[in-house]
Write a protein that binds this ligand. Structure first.
Ligand SMILES: Cc1cc2nc3c(=O)[nH]c(=O)nc-3n(C[C@H](O)[C@H](O)[C@H](O)COP(=O)(O)O)c2cc1C
Length: 386
């Protein structure tokens, strides 16, 4: 870990620890995995123009979101099955977020429970809801999140059905191939945990699978709860039930953001699920400006997908996002080094954001805006010399 300088270094350490089947699960996208490239390219193509001769000695990256002030404008997006990569990873991520004073979103497919999160860090923990076929399950989860003292509920809307993740098919995600099993033997630290603790449970779902249900029975229950259509009626119902901040995650069209606002939703997370659902979807950064234009002054617009550098976060904030999240980087961190690894990922972002602010001449997050960005038209003019 000492040699880790950036997020890609953390990725490499995580890759070493994990069997290929697990690493591919984290890393993979849908179909041809063009979306992974699209998400990262969108940031690479942006140009941020520095302003010099500004006193940047008092830089402060703290950011207020839903009436809470966080130390940095970047939080941890929900990632399911994290305990498969390191035991208690959900709570380690929550702890790292709490210590860094940034939000952590617990996945609807986590191993630890809402109640565990409420005990550890109610002020920084948000809960991400996957809508269940049986409405009483979703409604109970909403009540549990409220009883646990959480303030923000994130309803993920971009999983209308299973996506085509071919790495998982090849590795035998549902029933690991012999090749995958033998390959796992080459990762002894991971293997020891697996032998010690067995298959991780979906901690929030156990109580709905009956007493003494096995991890597999709970996983089957969760899978069986994913087939019913999910519509705006669900948003209306969850809005009725949830008194705290309600966020829709996975919004990619301005009209959907407008509709969300009309139903009383407080925020949208512009996201394509880390390019894991629809391969030819645009990157969240590409659609961010139209969504900000449509609702940016009326609701909180956030973004995730492809952020690997502090500058990427700054670019999204300049383009109108109020806050950004990342998924894989802290997952690499927690896999590589537990709480310290997740903390390292957050510290890398924090440091890079700070350096970036100094480089462009910004002292506060509220200083950021489109004035720092070179438009694609301007870029074209420079390239062609016209
Ligand atoms: C391994 C993994 C599991 C994920 N699980 C969930 C999940 O349970 N719920 C959800 O809303 N999004 C999930 N996501 C998507 C993330 O919340 C987030 O949108 C995405 O990771 C952002 O892209 P990035 O990884 O490039 O930062 C998952 C992503 C990964 C990589």
């Amino acid at each position: 870990m000492k040699s880790v300088v950036n997020i890609d270094d953390l990725r490499k350490v995580a890759k070493k620890r994990l069997p290929k089947i697990c690493y591919d699960y984290i890393e993979g996208g849908a179909d041809d995995e063009l979306g992974l490239i699209t998400n990262e390219q969108a940031f690479r193509q942006m140009r941020i123009v520095p302003r010099y001769l500004v006193d940047v000695s008092l830089r402060d990256q703290s950011t207020t979101l839903f009436d809470r002030t966080y130390s940095s404008p970047i939080g941890i997006a929900p990632t399911g099955l994290a305990d498969l990569f390191r035991r208690s990873a959900d709570l380690m991520l929550a702890q790292a977020a709490r210590d860094a004073n940034v939000p952590f979103i617990m996945s609807g497919a986590s191993s630890s429970s809402i109640e565990d999160l409420g005990k550890l860090s109610p002020d920084h923990g948000w809960y991400q809801l996957y809508s269940a076929n049986d409405p009483s399950i979703s409604e109970d989860m909403i009540k549990r999140a409220s009883d646990a003292g959480l303030e923000t509920l994130v309803f993920t809307v971009d999983v209308p059905g299973n996506s085509n993740r071919e790495r998982n098919i090849r590795n035998g995600w549902q029933r690991p191939t012999w090749k995958s099993k033998f390959e796992a033997l080459r990762h002894p630290a991971w293997m020891m945990e697996w032998l010690q603790y067995g298959t991780p449970y979906f901690g929030n779902w156990t109580r709905y699978a009956g007493p003494n249900a096995s991890a597999k029975a709970v996983a089957d229950l969760l899978a069986s709860q994913f087939s019913a259509p999910m519509t705006w009626k669900h948003v209306e119902r969850y809005r009725e039930l949830w008194k705290g901040n309600l966020v829709l995650k996975g919004i990619m069209h301005p009209d959907d953001a407008v509709r969300a606002h009309s139903l009383g939703v407080d925020g949208v997370m512009v996201s394509n699920h880390g390019a894991r659902q629809l391969d030819n979807a645009p990157s969240p950064l590409e659609v961010l400006p139209t969504i900000c234009q449509a609702v940016g002054d009326r609701m909180t617009v956030m973004l995730d997908g492809g952020i690997r550098r502090g500058l990427h976060a700054l670019i999204a904030l300049c383009m109108g996002a109020k806050f950004v999240f990342q998924g894989r980087p802290t997952l690499y961190g927690v896999t590589a080094g537990g709480v310290a690894g997740a903390a390292k990922a957050l510290a890398i972002f924090r440091r890079e954001i700070d350096i970036g602010m100094a480089q462009i001449g910004a002292n506060k997050i509220s200083d950021l805006g489109p004035q720092f960005l070179m438009s694609s038209n301007e870029q074209q003019l420079y390239r062609t010399g016209r």
